[in-house]
Write a protein that binds this ligand. Sequence first.
Ligand SMILES: Cc1ncc(COP(=O)(O)O)c(C=O)c1O
Length: 501
Amino acid sequence: MPYLQRILNAKVYDVARETELELARSLSTRLGNTVLLKREDNQPVFSFKLRGAYNKMVNLSAEQRARGVICASAGNHAQGVALSARRLGCRAVIVMPVTTPALKVDAVRTLGGEVLLHGDSYSDAYDQAVKVAADQGLTFVHPFDDPDVIAGQGTIGMEILRQHQGPIDAVFVAIGGGGLISGVAAYLKSVRPGIKVIGVQTTDSDAMARSVEAGKRVRLTDVGLFSDGTAVKQVGKETFRLTRVLVDEFIRVDTDAICAAMKDVFQDTRSILEPAGALGVAAVKQYVERTGCRDQTLIAITCGANMNFDRLRFVAERAEMGEEREALFAVTIPEERGSFKRFCELIGPRSVTEFNYRISDEQKAHLFVGLSTRTHGESAQIGELFRGQGFDAIDLSHDELAIDHIRHQVGGRSELAANERLFRFEFPERPGALMRFLSSMHPGWNISLFHYRNQGADYGRILVGIQVPKADRSRFRQFLDTLAYPCIEETDNPVYRLFLR
Ligand SMILES: Cc1ncc(COP(=O)(O)O)c(C=O)c1O
């Protein structure tokens, strides 16, 4: 049966809903194009995968359904299969790698799936699923390489055309094994072939783009796992055959761009996507920047929202990098009275996101400084400003070593930290608050350690080491009283003794 017919006949609405096709208002304004989001993250199991799974299972014979189904998946397919099985009243065995997070195992169990934990990787789980399927006479439900699965995903294309009757210039679709894009492209190219279908992959998991470039299916030895929904080493035979002829172009996006896209979608919808779910939006941005297109209608399928809460900190931090909203610098200033204050004045009203320093040299001080930026390329201008005022500055905004590690390691023991006392201060986190704090810290005692990172909390927390001669103790007490920030002395804390003195 041709795919158009399969899609028109697909049964998905027993479990899936027709999701919204929604304007991303501020992203559209920023990009000068109409950006619409097809909100598959709003499906009952937070991804489109239940469409394909249900369509496959509802088309099985009564006898096959009575025996039950099996699949291998650590992610959205597992939940799609489990939910569909519950709706159809059939048994579903889900084989998951032993390493699958408890959250996902529980989600499948809650839906009534029988979880079988096996092996360390998806391929171990897959091999086991094929074996159990043969042993127990269960039907294997493939996550992407099956015409019924592809047709189920294709119903998204059908909804898009029904929901938006005006011109559509391009639709951006994330690719893992290729089921989603095959179905969507099959429908769009049959009904409105002028619409560009653009496949999106991550730079470190691009099996489909590489396969199409090579003219044959390529197996990757390793794939990046950040966008776990699309981390597939080899695409399907059928999905490759379809994608090769139907998809107009491929765009690869990196982790920072995905995080920035997650933030964009959050700003427009107040929803949090999973990384795979944001691939389409990241690609829309890249496409607009590359082609310079204006006033077009661009649709991104936001295909999933199964996001672990504990990843949000990483995403928030990388989004700043992806959007170039934060610039990082190593700045060298003379270790002398007044130079710290002079440097602070140079920062001016900019918002400080990070400030780390540890005394280590009698002549020079090396500061690790993060600043909020608004525009691309602003970090280069700030670097020039620092250097113009005689402060040596290295731009670390794109330095992975600095971003991932060194920012957490500035410090350590110092021979030069005689008479050092250590304090934790809190201050209300308002624009300019850190600068006010920094400039009020100029009593003539040397600052030998400083650590601050904007964590997005209501109170800023900083750690300060100050060298206070014994004779000055009571004057120092007065200084703290005048400062009037809540503070706790940590000089006797064993952690300080172990790692910093
Ligand atoms: C959220 C999300 N996006 C995209 C994909 C990729 O879909 P496909 O394997 O059909 O290309 C998946 C697959 O599980 C997914 O869960």
